[in-house]
Design a protein. Structure first.
Length: 180
């Protein structure tokens, strides 16, 4: 409104304000979803790192079991090693499940972020469309205002001219002519 010195007021100003507010809200929500997505990805990396440690431990214990099989014939030590490898394998399965669950969380967060981004883009387009319309409408309204103003000034000029002309020809007294 400050750029428009005329008494012309855009009729959709309130609609534009509402659309701008909605676009700001959508942008805020998009940033929140993006932050959630980043947190979920960090959590996934952390869980994968833990899984990889357990996986490496499992591989190490399998290698240790093979070396026990190669050099020892005692069933007691062999059985303990097998039990421990089974325990580590179970822990590895648990870690794999955690990774899968976290990957699902990341996928869900990505979908939510993409949806929020699409909403924001749509709201932004709506605001831009109304702002473009506002600019065009104000240009037209300004031209109309200038035409009306010029017409009014011309009418006033004509009345003044007729008044001065009437006085100079002596057609009545100046009190008889009313300018407005």
């Amino acid at each position: 409104m400050s750029e428009n010195p005329t008494p012309v007021v855009y009729p959709l100003e309130q609609v534009l304000a509402v659309k701008k507010r909605r676009a700001e809200i959508a942008e805020r929500e998009m940033h929140e979803k993006q932050n959630i997505l980043l947190q979920e990805r960090e959590q996934l990396l952390y869980i994968k790192k833990q899984r990889d440690q357990v996986k490496q431990h499992h591989i190490d214990k399998l290698n240790q079991l093979r070396s026990i099989l190669d050099r020892e014939a005692r069933t007691n030590a062999l059985q303990r090693a097998r039990n421990y490898v089974d325990l580590v394998a179970e822990r590895l399965r648990t870690e794999e499940e955690r990774v899968q669950k976290q990957q699902h969380q990341v996928d869900t967060a990505e979908a939510a972020f993409e949806m929020a981004r699409q909403v924001w883009l749509q709201r932004r387009k709506e605001v831009e469309k109304i702002e473009k319309h506002r600019k065009e409408w104000l240009q037209i309204a300004w031209k109309e205002f200038r035409k009306e103003e010029a017409k009014y000034i011309e009418e006033v000029g004509t009345l003044i001219y007729m008044s001065v002309r009437a006085r100079s020809k002596g057609e009545g007294s100046p009190d008889e002519i009313v300018l407005f």
